[in-house]
Design a binder for this molecule. Structure first.
Ligand code: SF4
Length: 53
């Protein structure tokens, strides 16, 4: 079975996976913000984020 492919637009330009307004990570994990039960997208966060150097 083929894995789904998704183009992820991202504006976090200080992330190591960011390039040209898109995410270039091979997989992406998104979770609720710490201590939150999500009700809106503001309550979620990208766990794959890695600060660039
Ligand atoms: S890993 Fe997350 S923060 Fe980093 S470019 Fe991808 S979507 Fe954006």
């Amino acid at each position: 079975m083929n894995s789904p492919k998704l183009e992820v637009k991202c504006s976090v330009d200080c992330c190591d996976y960011w390039k040209d307004s898109c995410c270039n990570a091979s997989a992406l994990e998104v979770n609720p913000m710490t201590g939150k039960t999500p009700h809106t997208s503001d309550d979620t966060a990208c766990t794959t984020f890695k600060p660039n150097k």
